[in-house]
Structure formats: C-alpha cells, structure tokens
Write a protein that binds this ligand. Structure first.
Ligand code: AHM
Ligand code: MG
Length: 335
C-alpha cells in the first residue's frame, strides 16, 4: 500500500535537482482536499442542523460550500508559503501572498475549488481542479497577473479531486497520470490507479444535448455519427452526462470516451474556463494518451489573455477526437 505522500516523495527523489517545494505544494492540496471532503460529506445534514437551531458539526456557521472550499484551498496554499499567489474561479482578481516566504516562492496555482457545485444539493459527485505554473516575474517581488496568463504547455502539475462514491485525487507532474483513493476511516490517500491511460477509442459521449439546436454544424454531425448504428465501430455510442466536469472527465478517462462543451449560438466561447478548468484537464488527458482541443487548436497552446477566459472544449480518446475535429473542419470551418 503506497500513500500519496510516499509517492510524491518517491517521484521527487527521481529528480536530483528537485527542491521539494512542489512536493510540499501537493501536500497542501492533499490536506485541503481532506478538509473539503469532510465538509461535503456532512452537506446533507445542514438542513437538519438548521431546523434544530444548532451549529454545524464543526461548530462553525455553515457557508456556501464553494466559498468554503475556496477558503480552505487558499489558506492551505498560503500557510506553508510554497505559493506566491492563487487564482480561483471564486475570485475576480488574482490573490497575492505577501509573506517573506511566499514572495520568494516560485509557484502559482490556478483552481476551481468546487466545480459542478450545483450538484451538491442533489448528492451528485463534484470536484476540485488545480493547475500549477512557475512564475515568470522575479523571486522576491509580488506576483503579477502575467504570471497566471501562461499557456497550458507550461504547466508543472495539474490534477483534480473527485468527491464521489469514493474520494480520489488524480494528478500529473508530466510523468504520467496517477490516481489515489481516500480511505475514509484513516483519511489517507492510497495509490489505486498508477499510470492511467485512456483507451484510444470508447463508447461514451458526454455533452449537454439540450443545447443541440445551438451547436455548430460540426458538432451536430458528430452527434448523429455517435448515434448511427454500425456494429463494426461499436456504434451507437452511449450518452452519459453528469454536468460535473470532473466526474464526466474521470469516467471517460477510465473507460474511454469524449467530453464536449462546444461554442453555442448564445455563448460563442463556450462555458468552461481555459485556465483552471480546460488547461489542467488537457494536461491530464494528454499525459494519459488522449487529446484536448477547442475543436481546431490544441488547448494547451492557446495564449491566454484574461484570467476567466472561456473556451470551447473537446477532450477525450484520440480516435474520437480525430473524428469530431474532422467534422468541425468540414462543416464548421474556423474563419
Ligand atoms: P461551474 O464552474 O459553475 O460549476 O460550471 C462548470 C460546470 C462543469 O462542471 C460542467 O461540465 C458544466 O458546467 C455543465 O454545464 P451545463 O449545465 O451548461 O451543461
Ligand atoms: Mg467550474
């Protein structure tokens, strides 16, 4: 049984020049994940506790869960000073850590602290997504916005935590994708999925089909292709959509499949955010042998211009990506 802590240290030891800062940073994320996990598991009790007029189980006033997660991850990353700043879906601007240790640290973290949070009320899996870069500005100075606006290919690490039927932490540092499952009785993450590889093709497509009429023609054609009967290529495929990116991604990563959140007539840039939703997932899927694009261009080479920038997102098994991109090129070519 190998724990996440042991695994991180073992990976660090393979790089003689490693300073251990990234390992500490990942340990902070692991700690915050445990705290958020504990809170999510009591989310269903909030109404009962509210009715009786008692405080919640930790003796705190209950916050909205996504704000709670944001605060927990922020504090954990600030506490040990391995990070000079954070950007979060929950915060309009970057957060600059200004302790002496923090301004001398080389990493920034971008995160979606609780993605798919509307699913909490109905007891459906949700997740945290994170992405780590080295800063561009000099050590010793406060971090600046440009440190966060880097293309995904410069990521040093990325990962997610899925709060599901089990809680898992899945991450990459550019050396494969590894998954750890939390033993709830001990609060320890154990290595359960080493070197995850996504199958080159799959049977699952994940998209919010309610928006069908607003999709680009290339996506409409691809969906019809998924639904056609052709046993030789395993079609029709199966439609699965949780509406929680981490959960949809995790299932497709393990089973093979494709996730699409395209541009729509009303949202020409799609819905998902480049920096803390799409880039980390793109890094993970590429490390697992799959691909991620905006329908035409590799996600990780897009030059970001804004912190909360949106981008159409296509991500999954490489052969399925080839098919959908071929149809985008043919029926919805980029101008
Ligand atoms: P959020 O960051 O506000 O939670 O939104 C992101 C979520 C993703 O988890 C999910 O894949 C997508 O939004 C679902 O959107 P929709 O309800 O439009 O299908
Ligand atoms: Mg989100």
């Amino acid at each position: 049984m190998i724990t996440l802590g042991e695994y991180i240290i073992a990976q660090q030891n393979e790089y003689p020049k490693a300073t251990g800062e990234l390992s500490l940073l990942l340990s902070s994320i692991r700690l915050a994940a445990k705290v958020v996990n504990r809170e999510i598991n009591t989310a269903g009790l909030v109404d009962i506790i509210g009715v009786t007029g008692l405080e919640n189980v930790q003796g705190e006033v209950q916050q909205k869960m996504d704000l709670f997660a944001n605060n927990v991850f922020k504090s954990a990353l600030e506490a040990r000073g391995e990070v000079c700043g954070v950007a979060s879906e929950e915060e309009e601007d970057i957060i600059i850590f200004d302790s002496e240790r923090s301004v001398n640290s080389k990493y920034v973290v971008l995160m979606d602290p609780l993605d798919g949070s509307s699913n909490i009320d109905v007891n459906v899996s949700i997740g945290t997504i994170f992405s780590v870069y080295q800063r561009l500005s000099p050590l010793g100075e406060p971090v600046v916005l440009d440190d966060f606006l880097q293309p995904g290919i410069r990521q040093v690490a990325a990962g997610y935590i899925i709060y599901g039927s089990s809680t898992m932490l899945v991450y990459t540092t550019g050396n494969g994708v590894h998954g750890f499952t939390c033993d709830p009785s001990l609060g320890v993450f154990y290595l359960s999925h080493e070197n995850i590889q996504i199958p080159v093709t799959g049977k699952i497509y994940s998209i919010n089909e309610g928006n069908y009429l607003k999709f680009p023609d290339g996506v409409k054609k691809y969906l019809k292709h998924c639904q056609e009967i052709e046993p030789a290529s395993n079609r029709p495929y199966t439609s699965r959509y949780i509406g929680s990116l981490v959960s949809d991604f995790h299932r497709n990563l393990l089973k093979g499949g494709i996730y699409i959140y395209p541009s729509t007539a009303s949202a020409p840039k799609g819905k998902l955010r480049l920096l803390y939703e799409c880039n980390p997932m793109a890094f993970l899927i590429e490390q697992a042998g799959g691909r991620a694009s905006d329908g035409f261009n590799r996600i990780m080479t897009i030059e970001p211009t804004e912190l909360h920038q949106r981008v159409p997102f296509f991500c999954g098994s490489s052969e399925m990506m080839d098919d959908v991109e071929g149809m985008m090129e043919k029926y919805s070519p980029q101008h």
